[in-house]
Design a protein around this ligand. Structure first.
Ligand SMILES: [Zn+2]
Length: 63
């Protein structure tokens, strides 16, 4: 059993890292994107990044 928990735990950690990476990318974008900053709404790029973040979260939960 110990042989099985290692990879699963590593996969879970990779999922968490993916969530953090996607979140950072989204936040970094909103900080430098003028349309996002001025309107307070997601531009097309931000929407894509937000979706990627959402997908990463779902993948992390599923893992
Ligand atoms: Zn933007």
């Amino acid at each position: 059993m110990a042989e099985r928990t290692g990879p699963v735990r590593a996969q879970h950690r990779a999922g968490e890292a993916a969530v953090q990476t996607a979140y950072s990318a989204f936040i970094r974008h909103t900080q430098v994107c003028t349309p996002c900053r001025t309107t307070g709404a997601d531009c097309e790029t931000a929407a894509g990044l937000r979706q990627a973040w959402r997908d990463a979260k779902e993948a992390a939960v599923a893992a």
